[in-house]
Structure formats: C-alpha cells, structure tokens
Design a protein around this ligand. Structure first.
Ligand code: NAP
Length: 332
C-alpha cells in the first residue's frame, strides 16, 4: 500500500504510473480536489488497486480521512511518499508572513504531519517506508528561493532525525533529492506579491536578481536529462531496496552539487557558487547608474546617427556628446 501526495502531475504522476505498471502495489494517488479531473483526462481511473482521492495536504481533515480509510480497509500505509510541494520565488526581503507560512506548511509541516499519522501503524507492524521528496535546495540554498530552501532544509533535518528514531522498528526513511527536473513544473513556481512587482521594475534593487535567476533556472530545467519518469524509476528502486540510503540524489546535478558541497571548504564553495550565479556582476548595481548607462548608450547611438548628418556636432567631438548624456541622464 503506497500513498502518494501531489500525484496529479509531474513527479507524483510519473510515480503513480511507474508503480501501477509494475502491478505490485495498491496505490493511493491523492491530489487537491480541483486537480482530480486531470486523472480522468489522461485515462487514469479509480479501481481496486488504484484509489484516487482528494487531499489538500494543508487540510488536517483531508489527511485524517485518507489515513483512516487506508487503516480500516487495507491495514494501513506501507510506503508514504510525501511528494506534494511547490517552489515560492522571492528574496528574503520580499516574502510576506502569509506566503512564508504557506510555503513552510506545504513543504515541511504537512509532510511531517502525514509522517506522524502513519507511524503508529508502521511501528505496530515493525515495517514501513517514509519517502520525503526533498531537493538540491535542501542541501544548498539558492538566491531568490530563500523560503523554498528553508522548507526543504527543515524537511531534511527532521527526516534525518526520524531516520535514527524509527530504526529500532525497522522503518525505512529516505530523502529523495532531485536537482533540475525536465518538466513543466517551472510553470507552477509561485512568485511572492513583492517579487511579482520587482521582476518588472528596473528601479527595484532586486530586479537583476530575479531577471537573471528565472531564465537561468528555466534553461537548466529545459536542458536537464532527468525526466519525472526517470526519477520515478529511481524512487521505485528505493522502495524495493532492503536497506536504502537516507539521502538519494536522483539527478546528475544533485550528485555533482553534493560532491562539491562535501569536498570543498565552505568558504571556497560559497565564493565559487556566488561567482557562478548568472549575471551576478550586475546584482546590486545602482539602478540609476544602470538606467543612466543604458539610456546614455541609446542616446549615444541616436546622436551618432544624427551627427552623420550634422557636421557641426561631429566637430564638437566627444565632449559635446558627453554634455548631452549628462543632461539627459539628469532628467530621469
Ligand atoms: N521540478 C523540479 O525541478 C524539482 C526539483 C527538486 C525538487 N522538486 C520537488 O519534487 C516534488 C514534486 O514536484 P514536481 O516537480 O512534480 O512539481 P509539480 O509538477 O508542480 O507537482 C507538484 C504537485 O504538488 C501538488 N501540491 C502543491 N500544493 C499542494 C497542496 N497544498 N495539497 C496537495 N497537493 C499540493 C500540486 O498539486 P496541484 O496540481 O493541485 O497544484 C502538484 O501535483 C516537490 O516536492 C518539489 O519541491 C522538484
């Protein structure tokens, strides 16, 4: 009996397909009520070995109902896959309290609540497997994804503690660490209210942070060789494994980042990461300087065009052009 959260798309859906195909499991695929029609659309229907159930992981009543049904009808959950989650985009300064709490609740508190609900039965049976889908962001933080990283770091910490705690009952505990996944999940990234504004506002001090990180991450995901299906196969192997490792990097970049983090002294690691950030040389640039510079460049080009037809200005040379630049920039 395998319970999967957030199963109507991406990695969750790929795992449902993988496990159903193997015909070895009873799968409970859960998704928010509004996402349930997706299953029907792609030809996946509720049957004896595949239950499709509504569950918003943030709702205690939803969580309790499913666990109760599984306990009563099937003797409890054997494998819990905490997959539901989303990525909140926003620098530390631009996340409000509601956004912060919802991210932490979805990616950390709700999965841990589900863990607490399935453990009594697993302890009784002296078996079971908790699989928490973490992220590379659970081992290294990325700018503009502060609270997402915080939620996954928290998940990693609590899951590591759990690994020790439930070992006496032979309950297995795994953290799956994907890096960039080649999927549409990038479209599900949520921007904070402030970051939505900043991304379009050249005067915002974080304008360049967002506008360099977002396309960079989108590109990394597009070119990633790791699809949800390939990762689902790896998770299936983890489920089958008698003695799985606590942390399982499941994409090539997760492996590389893990190695870099382990091998390099912290100071060098952080400097290396900092200078590898896309267009980091522009971050924190004085916005007026930047705007002035861009404006001046355009004006220069216009002037050059104009000068070609105005020999007097050409004679005046660069100092005259500089005067134009300065005045125009001053007027912004
Ligand atoms: N994509 C990546 O590159 C990447 C990298 C590292 C780690 N991960 C992790 O992998 C997991 C799966 O992500 P994915 O790539 O498959 O993304 P995805 O395609 O966006 O799927 C995320 C799923 O979580 C569900 N979800 C979000 N909030 C929920 C809630 N309150 N209750 C129930 N379900 C909820 C979504 O449901 P709806 O369809 O109803 O919105 C969706 O089905 C996440 O934990 C994510 O953090 C992803």
């Amino acid at each position: 009996m395998v319970l999967i959260t957030g199963a109507s798309t991406g990695l969750g859906l790929a795992l449902v397909r993988e496990l159903v195909r193997s015909e070895k499991y009873h799968v409970i695929a859960t998704a928010r009520r509004s996402s349930l029609p997706r299953f029907e659309k792609i030809g996946i229907f509720d049957d004896e070995n595949l239950w499709i159930r509504p569950m918003n992981v943030l709702k205690k009543s939803d969580r309790d109902r499913i666990i109760k049904e599984a306990n009563e009808k099937l003797g409890g959950i054997d494998v819990l896959v905490n997959n539901a989650g989303y990525c909140l985009r926003g620098v530390v300064e631009q996340v409000n309290e509601t956004e912060r709490l919802k991210q932490i609740d979805t990616n950390f508190r709700a999965p841990m609540a589900l863990v607490r609900s399935v453990l009594p039965n697993m302890r009784k049976k002296r078996s079971g497997h908790i699989i928490n889908i973490s992220s590379v962001s659970g081992m290294m933080a990325m700018p503009t994804m502060s609270i997402y990283s915080a939620s996954k770091f928290a998940l990693e910490g609590a899951t590591e503690a759990l690994w020790y705690e439930v070992r006496p009952w032979k309950i297995k505990v795994s953290l799956i660490q994907p890096g960039f996944i080649n999927s549409d999940s990038f479209k599900n990234v949520e921007l904070t209210r402030e970051s939505r504004k900043s991304i379009q506002d050249k005067n915002n001090p974080y304008y360049y942070h967002y506008n360099s990180m977002a396309p960079f991450i989108a590109k990394m995901m597009r070119f990633s060789p790791s699809t949800p299906e390939k990762i689902a196969e790896k998770i299936h192997k983890v489920i089958i494994c008698d003695n799985p490792p606590l942390r399982v990097p499941v994409t090539i970049d997760a492996l590389i980042f893990g190695l870099i983090r382990k091998l390099l002294p912290r100071k060098i690691y952080h400097m290396l990461m900092y200078y590898s950030l896309p267009k980091v040389y522009r971050w924190g640039e004085d916005e007026h300087y930047y705007m002035d510079a861009e404006y001046a460049l355009k004006e220069d080009q216009k002037l050059l065009e104009g000068n070609k037809s105005n020999p007097k200005l050409l004679e005046a040379g660069p100092s005259e052009n500089k005067k134009h630049e300065w005045n125009r920039a001053d007027a912004i």
